[in-house]
Structures are given as structure tokens and as C-alpha cells.
Design a protein around this ligand. Structure first.
Ligand code: SF4
Length: 64
């Protein structure tokens, strides 16, 4: 199994760079998620219904 890359994670984040998570953009948040320095809860938009599928996918990928 190949290792998860930051791009794999980034692909499923909302991609709106709203900075709500405290990072400058979704890519930076993706990096911290991978390093275990942030959790999915840090991204408020992910809690919205329109991102439900993406969140489920991320939870599966990150095994949380
Ligand atoms: S809160 Fe979520 S959507 Fe907003 S910048 Fe951070 S990762 Fe991206």
C-alpha cells in the first residue's frame, strides 16, 4: 500500500482557503493533518452537509 500524500488529503478538503482552521490555506492544513498536528475537527466547513462525503472519505483515509 502506498503512503498517503498531502495531495491525497488536500483533494478532499473543501479547498476554499477560508483560514478558519488557523492555517493560511487548505494545503497547509492537509500537511498538519498528515503530521498529526491537527485533527479534522479543526476544519469547520467540513462539518457542513455539502462536505459530508468528503469528510467521510478523509476519516477513512486518516483512519479516524
Ligand atoms: S478551515 Fe478547512 S476549508 Fe478553511 S482553510 Fe482550513 S482546511 Fe481549508
Amino acid at each position: 500500500m502506498s503512503e498517503l500524500s498531502v495531495f491525497d488529503v488536500f483533494e478532499y478538503l473543501p479547498g476554499i482557503n477560508c483560514k478558519n482552521c488557523g492555517e493560511n490555506n487548505c494545503m497547509a492544513f492537509a500537511e498538519k493533518l498528515l503530521k498529526g498536528q491537527k485533527t479534522l475537527d479543526g476544519c469547520a466547513p467540513l462539518r457542513e452537509d455539502i462536505y459530508k462525503k468528503r469528510k467521510e472519505q478523509l476519516m477513512a483515509m486518516l483512519k479516524v
